[in-house]
Write a protein that binds this ligand. Sequence first.
Ligand code: ATP
Ligand code: FE
Length: 368
Amino acid sequence: RLVLGIETSCDDTGAAVLDETGAILGESLHSQKEVHLRTGGIIPTVAQQLHREHIERVVQEALGRSGVTPGQLSAVATTVKPGLALSLAIGLDFSRRFVRRNDKPFIPIHHMEAHALTVRMLRPVAFPFLVLLISGGHSLLAVARGVDDFLLLGHTLDEAPGDTLDKVARRLSLIKHPRCSTLSGGQAIELLAKGGDRTKFPFRTPMGQTYDCCFLFAGLRNQITMTIKKKEAEEGVEPGAVLSCVEDMAAAAQHSVASHLAKRTHRAILFCKAQGLLPENSPALVLSGGVASNQYIRKALTIITEATGLQLLCPPPKLCTDNGVMIAWNGVERLREGKGILSPDVDVSYEPKAPLGVDISAAVRAAA
Ligand code: ATP
Ligand code: FE
């Protein structure tokens, strides 16, 4: 069985061909990161135009590298939810024409489900397991009970941690910092934080008093922004100049994001244990999404998993961010179980907003 996976939900145009063991036969990825770094954020129409310009080449490249012809494919899997409407539309449009032309089954993919399942491509991880997905667009805790069976324990109520770090980095003008000019906000903050003292700015962790699994990051960002303003006034510099205490600020911001994520994850583990949602034998926490590359955040989560007897599993950074491989893998998993496989002429639409599985965040809150 051979599956072509296509991803265009945000700012990466990705495609990959996988066999049913998860071997990557060919892949290609076009990242728009540099363009969006320059404009200070993703402009949806720009993202759409770039997907349109690159999708044909990216898919041809993945197929070419794999040596697989369209006729040999068993199915095409494509992200249809959630994501930016204009971006999703390009991948879906391309895929629908592709499957009709080649008379291939079509497998619509939930982007977050794909992030959650990627780990199973690399090693045998049995259901159920706990998953924490943290990226520029998402933050969620869920129990993966099967390929298409998820319990959503909590999600962000405002913004995602990657978005928070990107905005803080932008406010600190890290793009002007000589060591950070080509890095994403999260990467820049991680790098600078290494030389900083987090105790210089003791930010309050969000939702310290509530014991659910949801996330709030905007208030924390506000605290950070106010402190930056105060420091700018103290140092007598214009807003947008790089502060002398930028490393301490980065360390403190990173610490408070890590601390919030770790506390919510701890709560999720306790809830799952109390409800018998995880196996007694080697329960696991799977960590993925672009923010999962952060070593400090990983360390914070390791402290929690070690204290609660869970194994922390995290795909390599390349597979934590958006790519075609994880979409193809999700297609392989669905194909194996015969779940959600459509004939080439079925009408499918994209969904910009789509929760992952059954939302039980209210029950988690009530159980506190
Ligand atoms: P989606 O939410 O749909 O997955 P995305 O493109 O925002 O979309 P990713 O590509 O998974 O998500 O990740 C990008 C985000 O990860 C950015 O916000 C970036 O700042 C953050 N990030 C990347 N590396 C690090 C790091 N080392 N530490 C913290 N954050 C990081
Ligand atoms: Fe993603």
